[in-house]
Design a protein around this ligand. Structure first.
Ligand SMILES: Cc1cc2nc3c(=O)[nH]c(=O)nc-3n(C[C@H](O)[C@H](O)[C@H](O)COP(=O)(O)O)c2cc1C
Length: 426
């Protein structure tokens, strides 16, 4: 449906060519100082027409606050946000009256609802994500102010071009077999450093939003090549979340990583999601993959963190040694953790101008060469969407845990239970 979250509830509305798109956000803590500028920053990072690597659709995507905020302060009531669709060109889509676009959502929406928006992707368009990005910006303001939480996403690959540490070959044993005990050396110290310190300002230095300049240049060429060939190309986004408290996530069906996965895979064009050691963890023996417990600076901790800061679906508050598919994160302060949503895979956009042999809605074979303005690669614009969905998940899980802890704190202290049932003091 169109609503996500339990306490921080985000409902988005709007189609690609209707009058406006936006969101209703329920559950924002009252008293949070909020202005349109807080929200606009992320919307402007998401908007089309930012560079020659994105769709030329020219939308300013200026947010209008409709409700829930007065004199720069959240009232605790539903926040209504609206962004006008201004640069519609519905006639660009006349071919798709006959042909459902291969691998787009035209056919499935029609099958499901029996009717569909008259032009463009309708609700399946990435215009829908404007509401998410706006809601994420509000959540982030609270998360940063109260917890110092930082969320930074960046482009980690376009096509087969990846950040350098991702392309380093696995180490080899003398007999030529891949050495599954030696898993650290695929990681460059530079990349560890990057993940520990990366900021949005650094990410935005290059239009690809890849923070490694040489790789970013190669990615640019790859996207331009797809564009010139009237084709498209996919990619991945990596997201780092820093300074998250322990205890978040609701076993068993709403485990933290399950909520992250749902959030990320609800973004249009996503095809894959990995958290913690991800698929890489399947290649490492348990003796290497387990995170042994140790007492560090008086705090019960783990030596490594292949778990990605989540165990049993609950954030563990660990110093994090976090390995993405091919990456590594340096330790953090005790009591805080770092999670990467590595990697969120985005497919090559479906709409391409290159002629494609396909079939009309009535089954007649034919050739579709789609007109219209499209992203040759979505990942540079997907970065703020990934950050927004991470912020919405965190905000919701935090508010759920707050409710539980507050309710428990009203009870008298427990004195009757055996000590093995309580948190031991270190
Ligand atoms: C930021 C962003 C921009 C997108 N731009 C386009 C586009 O220009 N053309 C296109 O065909 N798909 C684009 N998509 C993807 C479609 O919205 C998506 O593929 C479509 O809704 C079908 O859904 P699915 O790919 O998740 O199955 C974009 C996605 C994102 C996240």
């Amino acid at each position: 449906m169109s609503t996500f979250g339990s306490i921080y509830r985000v409902t988005t509305y709007g189609e690609s060519h209707c009058a406006s798109v936006g969101a209703i956000i329920d559950g924002c803590p009252p008293g949070l100082e909020l202005s349109a500028a807080d929200i606009q920053v992320q919307l402007s990072r998401r908007r089309p027409g930012q560079s020659n690597l994105t769709t030329p659709r020219d939308e300013k995507d200026l947010v209008q606050i409709q409700s829930g905020i007065e004199h720069g302060v959240a009232l605790g009531t539903p926040i209504g946000l609206l962004v006008k669709n201004e640069d519609q060109r519905p006639n660009d889509y006349s071919e798709t009256d006959l042909y459902p676009r291969p691998s787009h959502a035209d056919y499935t929406y029609l099958e499901k609802y029996g009717v569909k928006a008259s032009s463009g992707g309708g609700r399946s368009s990435a215009r829908e994500t404007i509401g998410r990005v706006a809601a994420g910006a509000i959540a982030e303001k609270y998360l940063k102010q109260v917890y110092g939480i930082e969320i930074v996403a960046f482009v980690s690959s376009v096509g087969k071009i990846r950040l350098p540490s991702n392309v380093a070959p696995p180490s080899m044993t003398p007999d030529g077999d891949e050495d599954d005990n030696d898993v650290e050396d695929i990681l460059s110290p530079e990349f560890r450093q990057l993940l520990s310190t990366i900021t949005r300002e650094e990410v935005d230095k290059h239009p690809t939003r890849c923070p490694h300049p040489e790789t970013a240049e190669r990615m640019t060429k790859r996207i331009i090549r797809a564009k010139d060939a009237q084709d498209s190309i996919g990619g991945t986004v990596t997201c780092v979340i820093r300074n998250v408290p322990s205890g978040l996530g609701e076993p068993v069906f709403d485990k933290f990583e399950a909520k992250l996965a749902q959030a990320m895979l609800s973004i249009p064009a996503t095809k894959a999601f990995e958290v913690g050691s991800g698929f890489k963890g399947t290649e490492v023996p348990g003796s290497k993959h387990n995170d042994p417990f140790v007492l560090k600076n008086g705090k019960f901790s783990t030596l490594t963190n292949w778990s990605g800061g989540i165990q049993g679906g609950i954030t563990n508050g660990e110093d994090i040694y976090f390995r993405q598919v091919d990456s590594y994160i340096s330790p953090l302060k005790a009591g805080h953790l770092r999670i990467t949503c590595d990697r969120i895979g985005f497919k090559s956009p479906a709409t391409i101008s290159q002629p494609q042999n396909t079939a009309q809605y009535n089954g007649t074979p034919g050739t579709l060469a789609a007109r219209g303005r499209h992203d040759p690669c979505v990942v540079p614009r997907a970065v703020p969407i990934v950050e927004a969905m991470a912020a919405i998940v965190l905000m919701d899980q935090l508010l759920i845990q707050h409710a539980r802890k507050t309710a428990a704190s009203l009870l008298p202290p427990i004195t009757t239970l055996p000590h093995t049932m309580m948190i031991p003091k270190h």
